[in-house]
Design a protein around this ligand. Sequence first.
Ligand code: AMP
Length: 395
Amino acid sequence: MAKKSIADVNVAGKTVLMRVDFNVPLDDNSNVTDDRRVRMAVPSIKSVIDRGGKLILCSHLGRPEPGQDNSKESLKPAADVLATLLGKPVAFATDAVDADASAKVAALKDGDVLVLENLRFYKGEKKGDAAFAAKLAGFADIYCNDAFGTCHRTDASMVAVPQAMIGKPRVVGFLVQKEIQYLSDAIANPQRPFIAILGGAKVSDKINVIKNLLTICDKVLIGGAMAYTFSLAMGGKVGQSRVELDKVELAKELIQLGGSRLVLPTDTHCGDAFNSDCNKVVVKAGEIPDTFQGFDIGPATAAQYAQELKNAKTVVWNGPMGVFEMPPFDAGTRIVAEAIANSSATSIIGGGDSAAAIQQLGFADKVSHVSTGGGASLSMLEGQKFAAVELLDEA
Ligand code: AMP
């Protein structure tokens, strides 16, 4: 599924429309509080402008209501951050497809950058509207998708715009290229043993990920609160632990489906209140006292999982093993993260909380890939194909 990348097209003198993910957090004064998403897009951006392309950047930010006062969701602060990062002026259009955008697109010179106002200020973006898409498509000679976090969606800028640009180069940026390389290609042809380790709050969020990975992995190790729903399915006692009663039958099915490939915790670190100072006890899985709840995998499970990960050649991790935000219940997550960091396996960390955990624990640069997309990374691990990626040019 290798896709042609922005590096493969001649951009000199051409106008490139690049869909980026500038959905940055802003404070009450519209200051960007975390510029990571803008920073990560810089390699694709520089690839265009350093080779004399004219670059139009478009993105969504937040969830504005089209037609309302959306000044809090303007992309202007992100454009300003980009100008600082690039060390050169970045033009900003106060609309995305109307008079100001058209004028500023027409004024672009080779090597210039223009950021369009938030695409979600228009109803057509979420609706995948062809007329809205045609206006964006009409601005450019080349389309580039570097917005992995939105790749599982069918918004106009993701699907209808490249559809409207049939016959012109339609490529991926470096961020999307890397996500596909790991979340799709490495998983399709894994080196074995291939171990997945899945945790987090709910089974319901990850049913399809578990099902898909059970068909391709040698083992799927389970942790986090979702383990207690499996424990109930096996007739265990879970005390006050977080469970999904309506998913117990499904957990039974997954246990059947997985057989020995589905590995559940053998012990649990429990507390009697949701705080670090609570009374704590380590018990066997399925034997949690009535007044306690499971907050982490136990030490025996953590050691067993670390051993499995040590021997792996490919690892996918999604979801913490416990309440990693609340020591000492971060221990299981830390031991697993450390084992992944120290292994020579190709290691792929799903977006969201496991990405946050691996950053927080300081191991992010010791793994092969930390995905930037929460929902998109889960969908890819479910084995879903994304229309926004499928329709782009093959390498
Ligand atoms: P998710 O977004 O599904 O990956 O879930 C991540 C969240 O699950 C984190 O905020 C963890 O604190 C929480 N979590 C993990 N294990 C447990 C547990 N045993 N009890 C309660 N919350 C948990």
